[in-house]
Design a protein around this ligand. Sequence first.
Ligand SMILES: [Zn+2]
Length: 50
Amino acid sequence: MKYMCKTCKKKCKDIPEHMMKVHNFSKNIVDSQLKANPNCYKNAFEILEE
Ligand SMILES: [Zn+2]
């Protein structure tokens, strides 16, 4: 599964990794946001078909 970030229009395979590498989110923030809501980044990414 691939995703396209609606913010920066880049493609990625791993949303948490993208948030950390491209948008400089810290791992702690990403982890806690995903823990609070596993779908929290879904609206920010489009799913691309392989
Ligand atoms: Zn992005």
